[in-house]
Design a protein around this ligand. Structure first.
Ligand SMILES: Cc1cc2nc3c(=O)[nH]c(=O)nc-3n(C[C@H](O)[C@H](O)[C@H](O)COP(=O)(O)OP(=O)(O)OC[C@H]3O[C@@H](n4cnc5c(N)ncnc54)[C@H](O)[C@@H]3O)c2cc1C
Length: 490
């Protein structure tokens, strides 16, 4: 009997270096691509249109790349088990390949798929692909999962030297569909891209663009004229939001349009070619940030309760405030703290926010407003184009000091000082808070201190055209420390 495989695309919307897809093409005579639009995710009003738009655009490119090789991407809509069963019946396929995912939702879904299809006599093959190290692959000396990032990173760097697989190659012959019945398989039309995405989002989607971006970021293949900051500058430029000094690859990684192994390999190549120690430091720092991704994935897998609970039990009873007015001001970028407002407005406009400002806005919600970090986590979930549950949850718990290896609770960012440090000229604030565009650098991070005559000259009244600070940072800090201390005492 010929072996016909279905490759179920999920968070691996690419042909290159795709572990399960490559294995399917090597082991089976015929491989058909399938994508299932899951209404549980797509009909959720919280699902961000930019994320859906990016996914549809990447899917469209994937479908056309498969078609170029004589293959097909079948698109169906419905519950995964039911849709998979239908496709297996229609195709006579006997093997299912997919790359593993690690969130609680994905875990339950995939366990059910595996058990139901195995009962039907289908051979199910799953692969690691979304991360470099998964599950319990990296354990400490006591054979327990790491909770401290620094030790995890040291182990990760040792293991990656021994265990990074080579680039996974497709046997493209098996993608080509000769059989007429298979050629006629029913598929939904490519879904319409939400208008919002095209209008507001600044990154084009798809595998070709993702690879080009990765190459330009790491400068390995193209000798491009040096204009934008890249991996070699990362150590110095990554914390300055006005400079766009980070790779902005997160959305491609989130949908698996670029492979994490490829990201790591280009960083290694760039490091080898780097001529200066600062450039090598740029590459090393980028890899360090990248390792946080695997760190949070393994936390989600090994401690699934973190999805809804603080990692540290002592903070589960912390007395968070309830204040919808303050939460709304934070969401809308109307807090009167310019760096916070610029970040939230960047998020609301382009569905992406610079990492340093994510840290500042998250710290502000948890520590200045003393609002439950889960409110902010949920808002980011609704808005971020690169929303990735383990990374979002892990970072929110880091900022709120409730996580496995988080900022100590007594470290509270002063948003004004953070603004001055990381946006010294105020260019980032001016870009996203246009009403402050003409404010002199001296007052850009504390416009409430601007003398009345300057406000008059600028035609800008603080308190009317731009809000006064919604909290007093010094008082907020004191109240927050008391709340955390009380929770620590139990
Ligand atoms: C409160 C908060 C929420 C966040 N939510 C998300 C999220 O939902 N999805 C997401 O991908 N990242 C999240 N991050 C991490 C980080 O902000 C983004 O990964 C980064 O800003 C993406 O931009 P970049 O691709 O230019 O990153 P670069 O600086 O170029 O880093 C390269 C890649 O490494 C990974 N990475 C870098 N920093 C981190 C980190 N701290 N944690 C995990 N992975 C990291 C990302 O995949 C990123 O694309 C969050 C950070 C904070 C503080």
């Amino acid at each position: 009997m010929p072996s016909i495989a279905i490759h179920w695309f999920r968070r691996d919307l690419r042909l290159h270096d795709n572990t399960a897809l490559a294995l399917a093409t090597q082991n089976c005579e015929q491989v058909i691509g399938l994508f299932i639009l899951d209404p549980t995710l797509l009909d959720n009003p919280k699902t961000c249109p930019a994320r859906v738009g990016f996914m549809y655009s990447s899917l469209a490119e994937l479908a056309s790349s498969l078609a170029d090789r004589g293959g097909r991407l079948i698109i169906r809509r419905g519950k995964p088990v039911e849709e998979l069963r239908k496709v297996f019946r229609e195709t006579g396929a006997n093997r299912l390949y997919f790359n593993r995912d690690y969130t609680t939702f994905a875990r339950k879904r995939d366990e059910r798929v595996e058990s139901e299809l195995t009962k039907d006599g289908i051979e199910v093959v799953t692969c690691k692909d979304l991360v470099i190290f998964e599950k319990e692959e990296i354990l400490n000396g006591s054979q327990a999962p790491y909770r401290i990032y620094g030790s995890y990173k040291r182990r990760w760097l040792i293991e990656v030297g021994r265990n990074l697989p080579p680039e996974q190659r497709l046997r493209t012959g098996s993608l080509k569909i000769e059989n007429n019945d298979l050629k006629k398989l029913k598929s939904l039309d490519m879904p319409r891209i939400p208008g919002d995405f095209e209008r507001t989002y600044f990154m084009p989607a798809g595998e070709k663009t993702g690879l080009k971006r990765l190459e330009e970021w790491a400068q390995t293949k193209t000798a491009k004229p040096k204009k934008e900051p890249d991996i070699l500058d990362y150590a110095a430029s990554r914390d300055l939001p006005a400079q766009d000094g980070t790779s902005q690859l997160s959305v491609w990684l989130r949908f698996g349009v670029v492979s994490p192994r490829q990201c790591y390999r280009v960083a290694l190549d760039a490091r080898e070619q780097a001529g200066h120690k600062d450039e090598r430091e740029g590459c090393d720092t980028w890899v360090s940030e990248f390792i946080w991704r695997d760190f949070f994935y393994q936390l989600t897998w090994n401690f699934p309760f973190v999805a809804t609970e603080s990692f540290q039990p002592k903070f589960r009873k912390l007395a968070w405030e309830t204040n919808n007015k303050l939460f709304k001001a934070w969401c809308e970028g109307q807090t009167g703290f310019p760096i916070v407002d610029a970040g939230m407005r960047q998020l609301n406009s382009i569905y992406w926010m610079h990492n340093r400002v994510r840290m500042i806005t998250a710290g502000f919600l948890a520590k200045d407003l003393l609002l439950d970090w889960r409110l902010g986590e949920r808002y980011f979930w609704e808005k971020l184009v690169d929303y990735d549950q383990p990374a979002n949850n892990g970072n929110w718990q880091w900022a709120a000091s409730t996580g496995a290896d988080s900022q100590p609770y007594f470290q509270i960012f002063n948003p004004t000082a953070q603004g001055k440090k990381f946006d010294p000229t105020g260019d980032y604030v001016r870009r996203w808070v246009p009403e402050l565009a003409k404010v002199p650098a001296k007052y850009i991070h504390s416009p409430e201190k601007m003398p009345a005559e300057i406000q008059k000259e600028l035609g800008l009244v603080i308190g009317k055209d731009y809000p006064l600070p919604i909290v007093n940072h010094t008082e907020a800090q004191e109240r927050t420390l008391q709340a955390y201390r009380a929770a620590s005492r139990g």
